[in-house]
Design a protein around this ligand. Sequence first.
Ligand code: NAD
Length: 420
Amino acid sequence: MAYDFIEVPADGEPVTLEDEDTGALSVPDEPVIPYIRGDGTGVDVTPAAREVLSAAAEATGRKIHWMRVYAGADAEERYGELLPDETIETLETYRVGIKGPLTTPVGAGYRSINVALRKTLDLYANVRPTFHLDGIPSPMKHPEKMDLVCFREATEDVYAGIEWEAGSDEVEDVRRFLEQEMGEAGSIHDGPVGIGIKPITEFGTKRLVRRAIDYALEHDRTFVTLVHKGNIMKFTEGAFRDWGYEVAEEEYGDEVITEDTLWEERDGEPPEGAVVVNDRIADAMLQWLMLRPDDYDILALPNLNGDYLSDAAGAQIGGLGIAPGANTGDGRILAEPVHGSSPKHAGKDKVNPTAMILSGQLLFDYLGWEDAGELIIEAIESVIGDGIVTYDLERQMEGATKVATSEFGNTVADRIHELA
Ligand code: NAD
């Protein structure tokens, strides 16, 4: 493959992760893994995470050949565009990757490159696990009670990017259509208005909920909770709930039951190994996250609810500096931290690379490198246990030593080699 700018690794044969005959995921011990450095603090957290991930791969008898691909500010510089075709092609070909955060301007300016990546590569399930690591300070009395995985739909909802600016011809056409043809006269105040559209489809909902239920069955988790605001947005978020229950009731037989059945027929006692599907209204769910986090295992959420809820859940176990995520599609993964590019801290070698490192651990799990992933978690807990932390945790811990992003990465990488 001839690329203009992509840095194909010089050492080792670039091997894609696809079996030539079957097309199935096939992971060699020396894979090429494309990475996007990211904007803002991407320059800090991405090198630190690469160092730790390389160390964990080596300590378990493997080697990663990193291939840099471009998106965001660095792509603009090299290609004159924010998301070049080469980047998309490479991520399609190699099927796996990891990315740092990318900046999106508020209000005017370009649309989100993150959203574009998820849509173009059809990475429809944004998976965000939230669990407490030993030693990490938290505002909660019992942060260890939280052990959740959020499955956030990532291709539709208000993130679909269908919106029109106040004052544009388009917005006036849409207003006229709503008022004159859809019976909505008087529904919108007079004067300038911006209008957005919130599509939620049966297709998009069902494939997301299937992924959440499959994950619960595979990982021995009991509850899958559909989190929606269907009392207000009946035909979008209410439909998300109804289609979610349809998947549970029609596609899994006895393996999956609903919460109603659990109480009506089983007195609250789930059958051995079964998954129970229930639902909660999104605003109440934020309360339950604080009051009864141990009642919840897997959450399935429309895009916007998933964005809000996973940040709030992340705060309860120590903040955005340690909250990992992965964009996943059918046979594809692009891991990325939950946090953004935090421009005010960019290039200061200051922020916490743990979220990016743990996103790499999710990628490792996907590759079947669970042993390397466990080593990463053990090393992070051990280093934090020694009180060696970045600024975000240091200010919440008594007697801790504040280190730079790069130093934290070095220390965790060294600890991996010591523990292996
Ligand atoms: P942000 O997540 O970048 O930062 C918010 C705050 O969270 C920071 O001020 C800091 O206190 C904390 N934080 C973030 N990363 C941290 C880290 N690694 N270690 C310690 N603390 C950390 O959110 P923002 O300021 O709202 O957004 C900045 C930019 O990032 C925007 O352009 C936004 O669109 C973009 N963004 C990108 C992604 C993504 O790439 N997936 C996600 C969210 C936001």
